[in-house]
Design a protein around this ligand. Structure first.
Ligand SMILES: Cc1cc2nc3c(=O)[nH]c(=O)nc-3n(C[C@H](O)[C@H](O)[C@H](O)COP(=O)(O)OP(=O)(O)OC[C@H]3O[C@@H](n4cnc5c(N)ncnc54)[C@H](O)[C@@H]3O)c2cc1C
Length: 455
């Protein structure tokens, strides 16, 4: 029950920490504690027939388990410092990119070989966008797809399990500092380690907050992004998605000067529910395998909200808006853009008559009753702006699902080694509030493992 290193959380941050530790120091005794299930036991019960919406499982298979929140994601690894986190502020831009490329190489060796790497370098679309006051951010995007992403995780696990002890369905209850390391408490027992890597992701945000309070680790509040998921015929966005796959476009609204941005674009993908701490929001993904693709493309349009004194609870604000949509729609609400503009709710018959088939069964409703006016106005303005580079975006039948909320963990104070004020306690990945993507979270795992191996 004594380890050299204990890793809490088996998402990309935890997995890549374990991977790199065994490369650099094969003799280390390493354990990983994960609140969710092993990969092969992760199954969301929603089948669209018997179970149509979230039933609030004790451990959400979408968010938790080996592979973390990314296991059934679209597997888009964005190699960039322009978005996905601020890891570069701690470790430098060059090193951050180098680590993201290193992670990409590993993914290729573990089953991702043959998947496409898209890039904005030299694209003419940048000019087309800027002519309409839309700003395309620079990135290389490896699209593994939900199917290949799973294969990569499976291969990584089969390799790691030989040299690392994995404890699934084992949420860590508490961590206490000892003179020589840390004590990690779970319902299954108490374990000790010399170094502890905390990588609990978004689903561990509340737990992380409490841990920081108990261990007196300073934190600061982060932003929350609120918006909708847009779904339209794949042809409308094909000019962008065929070349770039994912385009991160930022627009500054004329009315309020707020920034609205596209996020998580899924060509020929599906819109899905996301359960964060019991609140149902919306997300999207797509498959690499053409036989599993749909006719539609989806992406989020998000507005960032920051709060300062006297109100600091950005996530609480986002949660309240999501709860309102859950209250009105019993889950996610869907509305046609034409209905929104005409100030009327969508009904099932209006959705059925549309020239697009929704990929998520959501409750037809009125998003103007849920989203604050300023946010909704910004989203509508951006839809009209996007219509100039992708005509058809502002079509009456374009579907808007709400709400999409990107919660960010509060930012944990760590140094340039990603080590907290407690020596030997590292906080990485989305749980640190520093990263919010697969590539940044994975890179932070590799980085911390190298710090530990060097020490
Ligand atoms: C549907 C969906 C699609 C996404 N698509 C993309 C995408 O295409 N590209 C992209 O870059 N990002 C995507 N993301 C975000 C991406 O998944 C995360 O940024 C990434 O997984 C963060 O990795 P992490 O290791 O920091 O945290 P996580 O992946 O959240 O992993 C943390 C793990 O810690 C476990 N845990 C929490 N608390 C405890 C505890 N107390 N004890 C033990 N274990 C605990 C959790 O169960 C979880 O498995 C998506 C997210 C979702 C939900």
């Amino acid at each position: 029950m004594n380890y050299d290193v204990i890793i809490i959380g088996a998402g990309p941050g935890g997995i890549f920490s374990a991977y790199e530790l065994i490369q650099k120091k094969p003799d280390l005794k390493i354990a990983v504690f994960e609140a969710g299930h092993a990969l092969d036991r992760r199954k969301c019960p929603i089948d669209g027939q018997k179970i149509k919406s979230c039933i609030g499982c004790k451990s959400c298979s979408i968010m938790s388990g080996f592979g973390g929140a990314g296991a059934f994601s679209d597997g888009k690894y964005n190699i960039t410092n322009d978005f996905g986190g601020t890891l570069y502020e701690y470790i430098g831009k060059e090193q951050a990119l180098e680590l993201m490329r290193y992670v990409d190489d590993i993914n290729m060796r573990y089953g991702g070989e043959g998947t496409k790497l898209y890039s904005t370098a030299g694209t003419k679309l940048k000019k087309v966008c800027v002519q309409h006051d839309l700003h395309l951010l620079d990135a290389s995007v490896r699209h593994l797809g939900t199917d290949i992403n799973y294969v990569v995780l499976e291969n990584l696990y089969n390799d790691l399990k030989e040299r690392v002890s994995f404890f699934f369905d084992s949420p860590v209850e508490d961590v206490a500092a000892l003179e020589t390391g840390y004590e990690v408490r779970t319902s299954g027992g108490i374990y000790t380690c010399k170094k502890c890597i905390v990588s609990v992701g978004r689903s561990g945000s509340k737990w992380m907050e409490h841990l920081c309070e108990r261990l007196a680790i300073p934190t600061k509040s982060n932003r929350v992004d609120i918006g909708v998921r847009v779904e339209l015929p794949a042809e409308v966005f094909s000019q962008l998605t065929d070349e770039l796959y994912e385009s991160k476009i930022v627009y500054r609204t004329k009315e309020y000067g707020d920034k609205v941005r596209t996020f998580c674009m899924n060509p020929k993908g599906a819109v899905v529910n996301e359960n964060t701490n019991g609140i149902i929001t919306v997300n999207g993904h797509s498959y690499e395998d053409p036989s599993r693709q749909t006719q539609n493309t989806n992406f989020a349009l998000l507005v960032a909200k920051h709060f300062s004194e006297p109100f600091k609870d950005s996530n609480g604000y986002g949660e309240s808006i999501a709860r309102l949509s859950n209250m009105l729609g019993g889950g996610v609400i869907v509305q046609r853009f034409g209905d929104l503009i005409r100030g009327r709710r969508s009904t099932q018959s209006r959705i059925d008559e549309a020239f697009i088939t929704p990929t998520l069964q959501a409750t037809p409703g009125d998003l103007s009753l849920v989203l604050p006016k300023r946010i909704l106005d910004g989203i509508i303005e951006m839809i009209y702006a996007l219509d100039k580079v992708a005509p058809g975006t502002a079509n009456d039948d374009t579907l808007l699902y709400g709400v999409e909320v990107k919660f960010y963990n509060m930012e944990v104070e760590v140094d340039e080694n990603l080590e907290s004020c407690l020596k030997g306690l590292y906080v990485i990945g989305d749980g640190s509030g520093i990263t919010h993507s697969l590539s940044h979270a994975s890179a932070s795992g590799v980085y911390v493992a190298r710090q530990i191996a060097q020490a």
